[in-house]
Design a protein around this ligand. Structure first.
Ligand SMILES: [Ca+2]
Ligand SMILES: [Ca+2]
Ligand SMILES: [Ca+2]
Length: 273
């Protein structure tokens, strides 16, 4: 009898510890308002919160410090979204992000360089080659600033907008971004709102398509196999899972109204290995 109890206890502990490893956990920086569009870089997490401004907090393997708005000229009275922070070949800290500029162009993409002397972000410049006349939403740029993926409700190169968000790619040639083209391997007839390329080259995105568990789910496209992966248990749920950041070992993503969150959009972290 005692032995049976011990075996049962062992099975229970194995189950709960394995489950703990794959269960996504909320980040401590979540608020009752909007907390979304995470980007981890060096020792900071950047994200969108508090009236659609970009905040940062110190980051140590999932442990976050107290968030504060990024210093300098990035945040304005308009909405800022989708921070993408890199360090380029000149050693500059660069942020690409989206900003709502009014009903004429909706959101456009901007680029700002961090001024190390002043300790703040410099005046952003609009990146017109990667922006359309309608809603441009998510941007990912590599460290060389030679390759960019964007999502937009608009279209480039004289194509007709489809009315939903798709993923497009551009490469820099002679210092100028090429006209973006559609990434047909990942686009569906529904919305692809976000895009993120991990260190292995996998293209991650969120989408609502036939096999989604509920609403929006997070997917990745692996160019080496040509297949689309759909992580289930640990990340995707009946709730909406949206934009994400990953280094290949962990993933930080936004989700809506998930239990254990603070409400609305919240940030969660899960291990990928
Ligand atoms: Ca929230
Ligand atoms: Ca626009
Ligand atoms: Ca879902």
């Amino acid at each position: 009898m005692a032995r049976t109890m011990l075996v049962l206890l062992g099975v229970f502990l194995m189950f709960t510890s394995a489950f703990a490893l794959i269960e996504a956990e909320p980040l401590s920086i979540n608020t009752s308002g909007v907390d979304r569009m995470p980007w981890v870089f060096e020792d900071s997490i950047y994200f969108v919160t508090q009236g659609y401004n970009i905040y940062q907090a110190t980051w140590d393997n999932g442990e976050c410090g107290e968030p504060e708005p990024v210093k300098g000229a990035v945040n304005s009275s308009q909405n800022e979204i989708s921070p993408c922070v890199i360090r380029n070949n000149d050693g500059e800290l660069v942020m690409y992000f989206g900003r709502y500029t009014g009903s004429d162009r909706d959101y456009d993409f901007f680029r700002s360089v961090f001024n190390e002397e002043k300790g703040e972000w410099g005046e952003p410049e609009v990146v017109l080659e990667l922006s359309t006349e309608t809603q441009d939403w998510k941007i990912w740029v590599n460290g060389d600033e030679t390759k960019a993926y964007v999502t937009t409700k608009g279209a480039f190169g004289g194509l007709e907008p489809t009315g939903v968000r798709d993923i497009w790619i551009s490469e820099k040639e002679n210092g100028k971004w090429s006209t973006p083209t559609k990434v047909n391997e990942v686009n569906s007839s529904g919305n692809e709102w976000s895009v993120f390329v991990d260190p292995d080259g996998k293209i991650w995105f969120d989408s609502s398509r036939d096999d989604s568990i509920g609403g929006y789910d997070i997917y990745f496209y692996d160019p080496s196999t040509g297949e689309i992966g759909h992580p289930e248990m640990m990340i995707n749920s009946f709730y909406d899972e949206r934009s994400l950041w990953t280094d290949g070992t962990m993933i930080v993503f936004s989700t809506v109204d998930r239990p254990n969150g603070m409400g609305g959009y919240d940030l969660f972290i899960a291990k990928l290995e």
